[in-house]
Design a protein around this ligand. Structure first.
Ligand SMILES: *[C@@H]1O[C@H](CO)[C@@H](O)[C@H](O)[C@H]1NC(C)=O
Ligand SMILES: *[C@@H]1O[C@H](CO)[C@@H](O)[C@H](O)[C@H]1NC(C)=O
Length: 398
């Protein structure tokens, strides 16, 4: 009897964990399901530990992610080292092969919703290695303070001060980097930070060396409207559901759950900031095909208190889509990747529109069978496809 019950429970649990409805065009679906299952188990345990008051959700997930960190190990093609730039830890990848005296430089910012991740994660380590080797580039993969211990603007400030350190003439020279060929790149929250520091840099009179390119891989770019069509369409898509994205956004600013609750119902922006809605108005900024079947409704104004307590969520340094056109038009050559099955899809699409409207050169790749996270899986076909496109764009443009 006991055994039968145990068996039944196991079957139900197994069915729950492998039951992952995926669209038909997803490549290698069983491998994706296996990844989803691992994420589900980790996040369910993290939710449970949080419910019991044992530990913060993000801290439990961090423990699981630690298992995927690798030490800075050089290989036959690339020298890997760790140091600090302005007291921010960075990992540097320098090709070993003979080349011209100066190389390209790429400053990389990892993702993880401002709460998770590090340059040491094996997926970022192998991406940086591949980038250094294939592009013959010096790659600086930066770390930064993470929530819930640190909130906005710590993440932004760490990344910005490491980047400013790198962009000094003598530092570039030390690492053999050509000052006219430096770019910044990042995925997800790293794409958010990449867009934010690139905007900051063009307004910074103290930095003389400018970026040649910015690359944003499925970036998060605004926290004002969390009901864009992509948020609705992919609300339950594995890896990054709407509720997880809302949690990550709110954790960026505070651990106070009042903000998360207001964001969940899209009622966090008060009337006095409603003039900002025009910057995230998908009705005017999304291409027709992504608007199909949706009716535009601007977010419902919320209480003034939240925005007074946590002004970060209406700050352009957290939400680069809120920048004025007269800032955007100074941005460098830009490459943006968006994925069809991603709550953040429309953030990227709207930024493409806004940059194109002011005449910035943008290359946009939309991955029809792509989903959030696909850029950094290990040995997935889709990952190679996306990374190869990304590396060949950098090869031509950096
Ligand atoms: C180093 O480069 C060679 C030649 O491109 C390649 O065959 C080899 O796999 C690379 N090694 C590593 C560890 O990536
Ligand atoms: C959004 O755009 C639509 C279409 O351009 C317009 O009718 C509407 O007033 C805009 N709303 C806001 C809040 O900007």
């Amino acid at each position: 009897m006991g055994r039968t019950i145990l068996l039944l429970i196991s079957i139900v649990l197994a069915a729950y964990y492998v039951h992952v409805p995926l669209p038909d065009n997803i490549e290698e679906p069983w491998r994706v399901v296996w990844e989803v299952t691992q994420v589900k188990i980790a996040t369910d345990l993290a939710s449970f530990a949080e419910l019991l008051g044992i530990s913060h959700f993000m801290d439990t997930v961090k423990l699981f992610m630690k298992l995927h960190e690798v030490p800075p190990t050089s290989d036959e093609n690339v020298t890997v080292m760790e140091t600090t730039f302005n007291s921010v830890p960075v990992r540097i990848y320098i090709p070993k092969r003979e080349s011209a005296p100066l190389r390209r430089g790429l400053f990389y910012i990892h993702g993880g919703g401002w709460c998770l991740g590090s340059a040491a994660l094996s997926m970022y380590d192998s991406l940086s290695r591949r980038t250094a080797d294939r592009l013959d580039a010096v790659v600086v993969s930066t770390d930064y303070a993470l929530a819930p211990k640190h909130h906005f603007p710590s993440q932004f400030e760490d990344v910005y001060s490491a980047l400013r350190w790198f962009l000094q003439e003598d530092i570039l020279k030390k690492y053999g980097v050509e000052p006219t060929r430096v770019g910044v790149s990042g995925d997800s929250a790293g794409g958010n930070l990449a867009a934010a520091v690139t905007q900051q840099l063009i307004q910074d009179p103290d930095v003389k060396i400018k970026l040649k390119v910015q690359v944003l891989v499925y970036p998060a770019l605004q926290a004002l409207d969390l009901n864009l069509p992509s948020f609705q369409e992919n609300s339950h898509f594995p890896f990054l559901s709407r509720s997880l994205m809302v949690r990550l956004w709110s954790e960026y600013f505070t651990t106070d759950q009042a903000l998360e609750k207001a964001m969940l119902v899209n009622q966090h922006v008060p009337m006095e900031h409603s003039h900002l809605f025009r910057f995230v108005n998908w009705s005017s900024l999304l291409p027709e095909r992504y608007k199909k079947g949706y009716f535009y409704k601007s977010p419902t104004p919320g209480s003034s208190e939240l925005a007074q307590q946590y002004p970060g969520f209406v700050d352009v340094k957290a939400c680069p889509l809120l920048a004025d056109d007269n800032i955007l038009l100074h941005l460098p050559l830009t490459y943006i990747i968006t994925c069809q099955y991603d709550v953040l899809r429309d953030d990227g699409l709207m930024y493409v529109t806004r940059l194109q409207n002011v005449g910035v050169h943008v290359t946009h790749h939309h991955i029809e069978d792509g989903f959030h996270g696909a850029f950094t899986f290990h040995d997935f076909k889709i990952t190679y496809r996306m990374q190869n496109q990304y590396l060949s764009w950098l090869m031509k443009n950096l």
